[in-house]
Design a protein around this ligand. Structure first.
Ligand code: NAD
Length: 479
């Protein structure tokens, strides 16, 4: 089995303890690689290397840092097929979507933050008596901790702004999907990133993740993952007054009004509900449909869900792959069972499915639609993070807003109506960091990204990410 290694000080290193654990290919349901079970000793080596590299990287002109990030983007794009195949095997997302989204957004993230590195600057202020300016300065050695659901996309989204702003990074990818982070680390030296500037430590959250959070020489942590983990990290970081950015879970509404374009909306709601097997924090898992269009919309939505092509994720035509792990598949199936006990009726899907051939042991679940659940039930309140959409009718605009807001999360929402004024009114009232109008997951990387309520603390995206990874110093003099 292939052994993944840590990347510390510009070198591939085995974990000091010599311990590894297995990671699985979810499409076949079997282990295929070994992951370092890193701990505090590995972190000490990485922090020492990063501290040593920091002064020179901080003092490298922004254009120089940008060039290294662009080189890395070029190298990803050159080997996009290899990266996409690796991500597909590691995560289960069909290879076509891995190429178009996970990998190409990975390189786009690097290019975007390369540009931001050059654009980023402080502010100037002037009164009659005082003139001031600010210097945004990097923090030193910072950490990023990322999840398994969009491995390459989120890994790059987090470390690129940290490097762009002049920090050295300890990056911890998810232990469930470590492969493309490992492949990327293999390119860092050739991209011109000096040794120690970018370090990748693999391992379990409870070991290396907790060690990173507790380390006194890491003043900032950018985390994307579940709300429970985020709460643990927030508490640990508070003890040392670390800066934290938390991008957490979601239970996002898709709100469809009577005057929505039925076909376009059904198509959008399918993408929102089932992309990446529903394993995207932004997925629209609660479908709220106004009563005048409810029955017609439901029919169109079910018909489209049944057409989704489930299969071997390595085949170009496959649209729906396996769940990321056996444990996650079981969790999602448990929620489908719970939803039925809570009174829900499964309109389509609802079961594990067996894909013939090489994937017969894979962890697949059918796209599932459930009707008849109250908003207060657990299936409508808790993040299932699988191909499961609940559908319910509403009468008025106010009721739609109340249902949309009736959960503890507040990451994203989509609103579907041909009435622009209504779309704006509803968008303003929905409690979430992002609202899409007549579309889903349309992303301009300059816009703020993040959640409210239990979906997160802080904003990423554009210059906000560089602001997180810097502190502004104010310099004033008498004019
Ligand atoms: P997770 O919280 O289990 O793990 C995320 C990362 O945290 C992993 O690298 C893990 O090893 C690490 N970790 C776990 N325990 C830790 C600890 N005690 N200290 C430090 N690090 C620790 O999340 P997951 O299951 O990998 O990902 C799915 C979750 O991520 C979902 O809830 C999803 O909504 C959320 N997510 C949010 C966004 C967003 O932008 N808001 C994006 C993608 C995913």
């Amino acid at each position: 089995m292939q052994k993944i290694l840590n990347f510390i000080g510009g070198e591939m290193r085995a974990p000091v303890s010599g311990r590894y654990f297995e990671t699985d290919d979810p499409a076949v349901g079997a282990p295929y690689a070994l992951v370092p079970d890193s701990g505090a000793e590995d972190l000490e080596l990485a922090v020492a290397a990063a501290k040593k590299a920091f002064p020179a990287w901080r003092d490298t002109p922004a254009a120089g840092r940008a060039k290294a990030l662009r080189n890395l983007a070029d190298m990803i794009e050159k080997n996009r097929a290899g990266f996409a195949r690796a991500e597909c095997i590691d995560n289960g997302r069909p290879v076509a979507a891995c190429t178009a989204v996970n990998i190409m957004r990975g390189s786009a993230n690097l290019r975007f933050f390369a540009d931001e590195a050059v654009r980023f600057s402080g502010e100037k202020f002037k009164t009659e008596k005082i003139e001031s300016y600010t210097l945004p300065q990097p923090l030193g050695v910072v950490a990023t901790i990322s999840p398994w659901n969009l491995p390459m996309l989120l890994f790059t989204w987090k470390f690129a702004p940290a490097l762009a702003a002049g920090n050295c990074v300890i990056a911890k990818p998810s232990e469930v999907t470590p492969m493309t982070a490992y492949m990327l680390a293999n390119l860092a030296n050739d991209a011109g990133i000096p040794g120690g500037v970018f370090n990748v430590l693999h391992g379990k959250g409870a070991n290396i993740g907790a060690a990173i959070t507790a380390h006194p020489d890491i003043p900032a942590i950018s985390f994307t993952g579940g709300t429970v983990t985020g709460t643990t990290i927030y508490a640990a970081a508070a003890r040392q007054l670390k800066k934290v950015s938390l991008e957490l879970g979601g239970k996002n509404p898709t709100v469809v009004f009577n005057d929505a374009d039925l076909d376009k909306t059904a198509e959008g709601a399918i993408a929102a509900g089932f992309s990446n097997q529903g394993q995207i924090c932004l997925c629209g898992s609660r479908l709220l449909v106004q009563e005048g269009i409810y029955e017609d919309f439901k029919k169109a939505f079910i018909a489209r869900a049944k057409e989704i092509k489930i299969g071997d994720p390595l085949l170009e035509e496959t649209q729906h792959g396996p769940m990321v792990s056996k444990a996650h598949m079981e969790k999602v199936l448990d929620y489908i069972g719970l939803a039925q006990r809570e009174g829900g009726k499964v309109l389509t899907g609802g079961k594990r499915c067996i894909v013939d051939g090489r994937c017969k042991g894979g962890w697949f679940i059918e796209p599932t639609i459930i009707e008849g659940l109250p908003m207060e039930c657990r299936a409508n309140q808790e993040e299932i993070f699988g191909p499961v959409v609940t559908i319910m009718p509403f009468k008025t605009e106010d009721e739609a807003v109340a249902l949309a807001n009736g959960v503890e999360y507040g990451l994203a929402a989509s609103v579907w109506t041909e009435d622009r004024a209504k779309a704006d009114r509803v968008a303003a009232k929905i409690e979430s960091g992002i609202v899409w109008q007549n579309c889903w997951n349309a992303r301009d990387l300059r816009t703020p990204f993040g959640g409210v309520k239990k979906s997160g603390v802080g904003r990423e995206g554009g210059r906000r990410a560089l602001e997180f990874f810097t502190e502004e110093k104010t310099i004033s003099r008498i004019a």
